[in-house]
Design a protein around this ligand. Structure first.
Ligand SMILES: [Zn+2]
Length: 440
């Protein structure tokens, strides 16, 4: 579903506030000012002669000139606004919406046509647990089991085959099975047949697991626990425990901020602006948003589009919605930025060909950037994946590992201005090089 954005507040007020914030930031820095000389990649900025060539607006006044270069102090001010003034921006919240409107305003002021495009998402949760006399264990509900709570004495029945079940009283008890050999549904059926109240399946290796009963459904709560908990459970046999299976999906609505310069989208800049609920998301990913905003403001050009994605942290919902809602026939590439505020082994992740092209542009421009081709750790991902999935060359710029992301410690104070500047120069040089290479 596509909805037009709401009316946004006054241009001049917002820019004035931002500039004031940037000056304040600048004056706190050791270099004593808000000077923002960026290492310019080889090509001249198309905006360099902006004041003279800026077309008059319909009422005859000159539109504000785009900045000649991305501004690192304004980028710091954007991060401060998102992570401090707004704070945590969890998908579907009023704070996420406020962030979207702020980004829309900045991009509109820069000359883009901006739309807030809403999309539905689901927030999968699992708050299942096992409560013992000494404390509680985290558990994950098996799909097909009941969302329910049961209390009873604990018994152990092996893997749930005849040998395991032999001589075990299941009636009115909570049964512990080892995972393996038999399908989950068979173990649960045996527990039901014996009159058990709930089922716990212990993983046959370290860590938790997500399981399903397949086609089967059970009236019993059925949970799985990490293999590490086996000893604790076996030590609690015959004691009273409570099993809670509580999992599901909460629906919500988020929005992408979509900004188009002129014509079909050939080149994309992207970044997600939502955060996890428990942290202000300064590095992840107000920093990436700030880099994209400032590069987008300086490099506005026909065919350039900017998408700020919502609900990324819950599973790339925004980027998946965007590629579903739009024909991307003209799209040539996406440069996505996810974490740009603390350099530690900075990488470009995603399409190998596009990455090589970017690194070649750095070389041609004489830019000595620390950015290298790299990969995310297992189970980590970002919005470029949604674009590569539909055949568009896409990469994510990432400043490297940061143990504070997804915690309350991911704060504005930790953002390193020099890291941000280096990442901004890298993204800017990549965009400039690629745009020049594909110039019509
Ligand atoms: Zn992120």
């Amino acid at each position: 579903m596509v909805t037009p954005g709401p009316a946004l507040s006054s241009t001049s007020l917002r820019l004035a506030a931002l500039l004031a914030a940037a000056v304040l930031l600048g004056s706190c820095n050791d270099d004593g000012g808000a000077t923002t000389a960026l290492a310019t990649p080889g090509t001249a900025s198309p905006a360099a002669s902006a004041p003279a060539s800026t077309p008059p607006t319909p009422d005859g006044a000159l539109a504000p000139a785009p900045p000649a270069e991305p501004d690192v102090d304004l980028a710091m001010a954007h991060i401060q606004h998102l992570a401090v003034a707004i704070g945590p921006r969890a998908a579907g919240t009023a704070e996420e919406r406020a962030a979207a409107e702020y980004l829309g305003g900045v991009l509109r002021d820069a000359g883009y046509e901006v739309t807030l495009e809403e999309f539905p998402f689901e927030d999968n949760f699992d708050q299942s647990s096992i409560t013992l006399s000494g404390g509680s264990l985290e558990a994950l509900a098996l799909r097909g089991g009941a969302d329910a709570v049961a209390t009873g004495r604990l018994v152990f029945a092996g893997i749930g085959d005849a040998a395991g079940l032999a001589g075990v009283t299941l009636g009115g008890r909570i049964v512990v099975f080892d995972r393996g050999v038999l399908p989950f549904a068979d173990k649960v059926r045996a527990a039901e047949a014996g009159g058990a109240l709930a089922v716990i399946v212990v993983n046959n290796e370290g860590g938790a697991f997500r399981g399903t009963l397949g086609e089967a459904e059970s009236p019993l709560p059925v949970v799985g626990v990490a293999g590490e908990h086996r000893a604790v459970l076996l030590a609690a046999l015959d004691q009273q425990v409570t099993v809670t299976a509580n999992a599901g999906a909460k629906p919500g609505v988020s929005q992408n901020v979509v900004a188009t310069a002129d014509g079909d989208c050939e080149a994309y800049l992207g970044a997600h602006y939502d955060s996890v609920p428990q942290g202000p998301g300064a590095n992840d990913n107000a920093s990436g948003v700030a880099v994209v905003l400032e590069v987008a403001r300086a490099r506005i050009a026909p065919g350039l589009c900017v998408v700020m994605f919502g609900a990324e942290e819950l599973g790339l919902w925004g980027s998946r919605a965007y590629v579903e809602q739009h024909a991307l026939d003209a799209a040539q590439f996406l440069l996505n930025v996810d974490m740009a505020g603390l350099i530690d082994d900075p990488i470009i992740v995603g399409d190998r060909g596009l990455t090589s092209e970017i690194l070649a542009h750095y070389q041609a421009a004489g830019l000595n950037s620390p950015l290298q081709a790299g990969m995310f750790p297992p189970f980590s991902s970002s919005d470029h994946v949604s674009f590569t999935a539909v055949g568009i060359a896409a990469v994510t710029f990432n400043s490297g590992d940061d143990p504070a992301i997804h915690t309350p410690q991911d704060t504005f104070e930790r953002i390193d201005r020099e890291s941000l500047r280096v990442m901004m120069v890298g993204v800017d040089a990549a965009l400039t090089g690629l745009l020049n290479a594909t110039a019509r």
